[in-house]
Design a protein around this ligand. Structure first.
Ligand SMILES: *Cc1c(COP(=O)(O)O)cnc(C)c1O
Length: 425
């Protein structure tokens, strides 16, 4: 999909791998990543790794995927100058401060977010592998909808595992999936949420991998999933680079993205990791930094194994995964992709957290200044970006990955905003 091969001459022990060269043959991003799964999943993961290695260099596959992205998903998405948001940030800063803010409009993708990029990539890959059935897990239902959509477009059978509690809370997405012919399986075990749905999807795949591809929704899980999802989402960064060269006359000075599992962030960051651009990831700060009140593993967690790979995890002293909270369902996850852990430790990306309240304020500020209702997930990035842009010079440029649109959040967000005194209607 994208190749950035080559080595730096480092000091000392010879060539130092470029940061873009991860993962290694074992699927490690530095010490993170890897394959921590039951024996029965080793063979299907190896098959997937080998198949993908061939596919990424297959021009016919890449052409077909680019055509789907263009004609079905609506790519390329625009890189838009946010003039009124920029002016809002510059207000009161004097003549020299306050960068120009640009929006990479993933909210304009079919189904309303970046998730369709990965779903189409993996479903087309499943077809090439000769698999007629696709399974997926979903929390709020956004990845389930993207996968059901891709399966309908490509003529694949689709089964989506979703916690029974999530099915109740996200009834609209359940209906959307069913209307597109997918089977939605409500999972009754445990807390009846995403973690339980993921376990159920894994169990299905252990018995069905001959005929079935498992479409993971973010840059998480065992190798090769974090690499595959990153590569498919990298179209965001590849487009951003070309558009920056045309519109800004060079690459941007800073890029900001929200981080749940980390796929929209990895997608826009990856084509820039070897370049001189400051990269900022924004996690869910929730209500506070107390355990159970946020979903910020990179800021407040520690290394541990979750869902098949080693990365930062929110866990108690004895290694139990902790409860998480965020106002945005898409960021409400106790783990994060291993490549982000690697970028954090290498100092390549700076990670911070925005609280529920800060995200809601930013959602309103973007809506009122630009006429764009973004997803609550995305609003975390908007909040951080406004602060970062204020600290930059006037001639510099900052890009926000506008990961998704906010229609799905209008009921919940307006209720929370009324409670917080931010919104009256
Ligand atoms: C799912 C989702 C996210 C979080 O997922 P990542 O893998 O971190 O990108 C962010 N924004 C939107 C709009 C989403 O739907």
């Amino acid at each position: 999909m994208i190749s950035q091969q080559g080595t730096h001459e480092g000091v000392g022990k010879g060539p130092v791998p470029r940061i873009s060269e991860a993962p290694d043959m074992e699927g490690r991003f530095g010490e993170y990543g890897g394959v921590f799964v039951p024996e029965t999943l080793i063979a299907p993961l190896r098959e997937l790794d080998e198949f993908y290695e061939k596919l990424r260099h297959d021009d016919a596959f890449v052409d077909q995927l680019r055509e789907l992205w263009a004609s079905f998903a609506g790519r390329p998405t625009p890189l838009q100058f946010a003039s009124r948001l920029t002016r809002l940030v510059q207000k009161g800063l004097g003549q020299k401060r306050g960068a120009s803010i640009w929006l990479k409009r993933e909210d304009l993708c079919h189904t309303g977010a970046h998730k369709i990029n990965n779903a189409l990539g993996q479903c087309l890959m499943a077809k090439k592998m000769g698999k007629k059935r696709v399974i997926a897990e979903t929390g709020a239902g956004q990845h389930g909808v993207a996968t059901a959509t891709a399966c309908a477009q490509l003529g694949l059978d689709c089964v989506v595992y979703m916690g029974a509690e999530d099915c109740r809370r996200q009834a609209l997405n359940v209906t959307r999936m069913r209307m597109m012919g997918a089977t939605v399986v409500p999972v009754e075990g445990g807390t009846r949420t995403l973690k339980d749905a993921t376990n159920e999807a894994m169990r299905d795949w252990m018995g069905s991998s001959e005929t079935t591809h498992y479409v993971l929704g973010s840059v998480v899980g065992p190798h090769p999933f974090p690499m595959i999802v990153r590569d498919f989402q990298s179209i965001i960064g590849i487009e951003t680079k070309g558009q920056s060269l045309r519109h800004l006359g060079g690459i941007p000075d800073a890029i900001v993205a929200c981080v749940g599992g980390g796929s929209n962030a990895a997608g826009i960051f990856y084509p820039f990791v070897d370049e001189k651009v400051k990269l900022f990831g924004v996690e869910a700060g929730g209500r506070s930094s107390e355990p159970g009140e946020h979903a910020a593993p990179l800021c407040l967690g520690s290394p541990g194994v979750l869902h098949g790979s080693l990365s930062y995890v929110l866990q108690s002293a004895d290694g139990q995964t902790e409860a998480v909270h965020s106002c945005s369902a898409g960021l409400d996850y106790p783990g994060v992709g291993p490549e982000h852990a690697y970028w954090k430790d290498a100092g390549r990306v700076k990670y911070s957290a925005a609280t529920d309240r800060e995200a809601m304020e930013a959602m309103l500020e973007l809506a009122r200044s630009e006429g764009i209702l973004c997803a609550l997930e995305t609003a975390h990035a908007v909040h951080a970006a406004m602060g970062i842009a204020a600290d930059m010079d006037r001639e510099q440029n900052l890009v926000i990955c506008l990961s998704g649109r906010g229609d799905k959040d209008v009921d919940e967000a307006s209720r929370l905003m009324r409670e917080a005194g931010l919104f009256k209607d």
